[in-house]
Design a protein around this ligand. Structure first.
Ligand code: FAD
Length: 435
């Protein structure tokens, strides 16, 4: 066996060794380093009232790039290893880097029901701040370290998305520094074309410096119901019923443990937990969430539990979903409004899609990633679906353009003189652009 095959074998079959002796100590060290570093950066940089000064600094850097007529395009200076991604961006080494150290929550307006944030605010930071005040955002992508910038420019989804849409659909305004160094605000009523072009543009229209996001009242707990299913028909039926229910079911997700077995979960926020049914799943000694869910399947029982709100939001954080195996498969329904931009239902009417998340590599020797992924991509294009672009994508430029509507994006790139300043989005997200 080649050394990489040995490594894969150990990772798949003796994962506990890697987790106990490597991952846990390494992630503890990293967390200590990262939180200390964030704390220092926060203490030195944090000052919401200095937001404009920080925006001016981004403008200065972009204008210097223009004056020096640099041959290479620009990108954010954030190192690739810090992003929640399977791979590092190859372009980071070659491009001109713009420092955007913007870590502040700028303003919470409870009358307008919005929060204004800088792009490096993380989901963990935001939910921590808002829930203390009795508020939350309608779509909280599940992992603590996901940033507002990454979720707007890339994408974000959560189990509330069947009612609320994707992360971009809860954003009401963006502030950007564009290729010539000027600042543009955009919203439904101001620079509308730009507003609808920003999501899924991966930083190829400008640098994001602030985002205004909707907020909703938060409650202390989430009541979760588990419904194990033992055939594909049963899963499809249950999942469809729960997703399309008009009343209740604030959150819906499914976890498939094989082609014919899975657990459908529905959940709602609530003010109190039933005694004896509270599960603080986020505690370090608790089982990983997907392993806990599996017990309902194994025991052939439905169930009800209550999670503290933040424990619910970040239930997949500790296991980073499940990373290195194919099953379980995550099912997350989302509503896609018929808005302009890269992503919209092709028949022009709002529709519900299902995000099917596989986070690993099949263990079978015959697995060939390019061929298999290209087959899936073809299937998805044929059925007018979309690929999440944090995944490995083997599409050609033409296939990518067939999947995502570039008409508004191309118009905005021309208008904002992006050709020299930023690569096209395909050149940032295709497999060859990632190491
Ligand atoms: C195992 C795994 C699980 C995941 N689970 C979830 C999940 O539960 N829910 C979910 O919604 N998503 C999930 N994702 C996907 C994740 O949302 C995306 O990968 C997201 O884009 C990464 O966010 P980030 O903060 O790491 O951003 P980055 O990867 O740092 O950035 C993403 C893109 O945005 C651009 N960008 C970032 N900030 C700026 C800025 N200020 N100006 C201009 N451009 C900018 C970057 O250049 C880059 O192209 C998961 C990904 C993985 C690998």
């Amino acid at each position: 066996m080649a050394s990489t095959e040995w490594l894969e074998y150990i990772l798949l079959h003796y994962r506990w060794v890697v987790v106990v002796f490597f991952l846990l100590p390494a992630s503890l060290c990293f967390d200590v380093y990262y939180y200390t570093r964030s704390w220092i950066i926060f203490k030195l940089n944090s000052a919401p009232e200095h937001h404009e000064i920080r925006v001016k600094d981004v403008q200065r850097q972009v204008r210097e790039w223009n004056i020096n007529s640099e041959a290479v395009p620009m990108c954010t200076a954030r190192p690739g290893w810090q992003s929640i991604s399977f791979r590092e961006a190859a372009y980071k080494k070659a491009f001109h880097k713009i420092q955007i150290n913007m870590v502040d929550i700028l303003e919470i307006d409870t009358d307008e029901m919005t929060v204004r944030c800088e792009p490096l605010v993380t989901m963990g930071q935001l939910t921590h701040t808002l829930t203390e005040l009795g508020w939350t955002i309608p779509v909280v992508p599940e992992m603590d370290d996901l940033t507002i910038g990454g979720l707007v420019m890339g994408t974000g989804i959560e189990t509330s998305s069947h009612k609320m849409g994707l992360f971009q659909h809860i954003c009401v305004a963006y502030e950007l520094v564009v290729a010539d160094g000027s600042v543009l605000m955009c919203s439904e009523t101001e620079n509308r074309d730009l507003f609808y072009s920003v999501p899924w543009s991966y930083g190829t229209l400008g640098f994001l410096t602030a985002v205004k996001i909707k907020i909703i009242p938060a409650q202390r707990f989430v009541r979760v119901e588990y419904k194990p299913c033992y055939s594909l028909d049963d899963i499809v039926k249950t999942f469809t019923q729960e997703t399309t229910k008009v009343e209740g079911n604030q959150f819906v997700e499914g976890v498939m443990y094989s082609l014919h077995s899975g657990v459908v979960m529905t959940a709602n926020m609530c003010t109190a937990a039933h005694p004896g049914q509270l599960n603080k799943i986020g505690r370090w000694y608790k089982p990983w969430f997907f392993k806990h869910v599996e017990t309902y399947l194994i025991n052939h029982e439905t169930g009800v539990e209550y999670f503290p709100l933040r424990d619910y939001y970040h239930r997949h954080t500790r296991s980073i979903f499940w990373e290195i195996q194919i099953y379980p498969i995550w099912l997350c329904p989302f509503k896609l409004p018929a808005n302009p931009g890269m992503l919209h239902p092709l028949n022009g009417e709002e529709a519900v899609f299902i995000d099917i998340g596989t986070y690993g590599k099949p263990g079978v020797p015959s697995y060939e990633p390019t061929h298999t992924t290209r087959r899936i991509e073809k299937f998805v294009r044929k059925h007018k679906g979309f690929q999440m672009m944090y995944a490995d994508s083997y599409m050609t430029r033409e296939e990518y353009r067939e999947m995502f509507d570039h008409s508004l994006y191309d118009k905005m790139r021309k208008k904002l003189h992006c050709e020299r300043a930023f690569p096209e989005v395909y050149d940032k997200v295709n497999r060859k652009a990632r190491i």
